[in-house]
Design a protein around this ligand. Structure first.
Ligand SMILES: Cc1ncc(C[n+]2csc(CCOP(=O)(O)OP(=O)(O)O)c2C)c(N)n1
Ligand code: SF4
Ligand SMILES: [Mg+2]
Length: 290
């Protein structure tokens, strides 16, 4: 369902981490200088997935766990648009897990933000795939999206941010959006965005986040090293954040999906479908169906 470009008042609880994400998206889009009508924000299902209602851009409320399919569709319809998909850990890593994995493989140049609060906030605080053992009776090990993303060898952009540090988050979004606008492929940012009502982790996460860029040997173009640094940080009881992967330079042989399929960057939304300019093709089509 598409929404009006006029935003409505937020329905989030006061203090929700998602406010930080929303503010960082707005600031990043303004800093890159993209007019609102050239941005499409595709929201998932969940508290986080309502984000597109609270910002003055084009918005789509996708089906649960299917926001990436719709975001890729928008990008292929018109590659000139800046496409941002945003949803929760339940939306992206539970019902949407298959689409999440394929998004890396497809490598379309869009930004996917997962607001991870380690719970299903909208449905009142059940355990999600990222919940810690013991949360609401959860006995399963939490899923780590950054380690998974790092294990897929595509020339993409991967980062983790924290809603308690919106300034850094804004800069990460700016980099991610510029990466997309250069048609360099998929950008995935997991934002640690606490649910203050059902799983208030602000204090705990603030004490445990460690910027991987401060660790010895950090090199964002070397996945193996970042993977090792993340595992070691987690084993020490800390949470790795920061830019996890960023290819050093543009690789013309590895553009985003939209340039592989549409080298002239003209998708169906901007294609010339006029009768006169396509008469021969239309007549051929009519003969084929006659
Ligand atoms: C097909 C379908 N299954 C289940 C639901 C119920 N449901 C709504 S939101 C949600 C999970 C939301 O969790 P998350 O994506 O983490 O978002 P949050 O609310 O935490 O931001 C679920 C299971 C649904 N709306 N549709
Ligand atoms: S229930 Fe949690 S995730 Fe949802 S708006 Fe409130 S604080 Fe945010
Ligand atoms: Mg959640």
């Amino acid at each position: 369902m598409t929404t009006s470009v006029k935003p409505v008042a937020s329905t989030w609880c006061p203090g929700c981490g998602d406010f930080g994400t929303l503010a960082a998206v707005k600031k990043a889009v303004a800093e890159v200088g993209i007019p609102p009508h050239e941005v499409v924000l595709v929201g998932g299902i969940g508290c986080s997935g309502g984000i597109h209602n609270f910002i003055e851009t084009n918005g789509i409320h996708a089906l649960h766990g299917r926001l990436l399919a719709q975001a890729v569709g928008v990008k292929l319809a018109n590659p000139e648009l800046t496409v941002i998909a945003a949803g929760g850990d339940g939306d992206g890593y539970a019902i949407g897990m298959g689409h999440f994995m394929h998004a890396f493989k497809k490598n379309a140049s869009l930004l996917y933000i997962v607001m991870n609060n380690e719970t299903y906030g909208l449905t009142k605080g059940q355990a999600s795939p990222t919940s810690q053992v013991g949360f609401e009776g959860n006995v399963e090990a939490p899923f780590d999206a950054i380690l998974t993303a790092l294990s897929i060898p595509v020339p993409n952009f991967i980062a983790r941010t924290f809603s308690g540090d919106p300034k850094t988050m804004t800069q990460v979004f700016v980099e991610a959006i510029r990466f997309n606008r250069a048609n360099r492929g998929f950008a995935f940012v997991e934002d640690l965005s606490p649910c203050v009502t059902y799983n208030d982790t602000f204090k705990d996460w603030r004490a445990r986040v460690v910027d991987v860029a401060t660790l010895p040997g950090y090199n964002p173009s070397d996945r193996q090293t970042t993977f090792r640094l993340c595992v070691e940080t987690m084993q020490a009881g800390k949470i790795p954040v920061g830019i996890m992967h960023r290819p050093p330079a543009v690789d013309p042989k590895e553009p985003g999906l939209e340039l592989k399929l549409l080298p002239d960057k003209i998708g169906p939304a901007r294609a010339d479908i006029g009768v006169e300019s396509n008469r021969a093709a239309y007549e051929k089509l009519l003969r084929a169906v006659a």
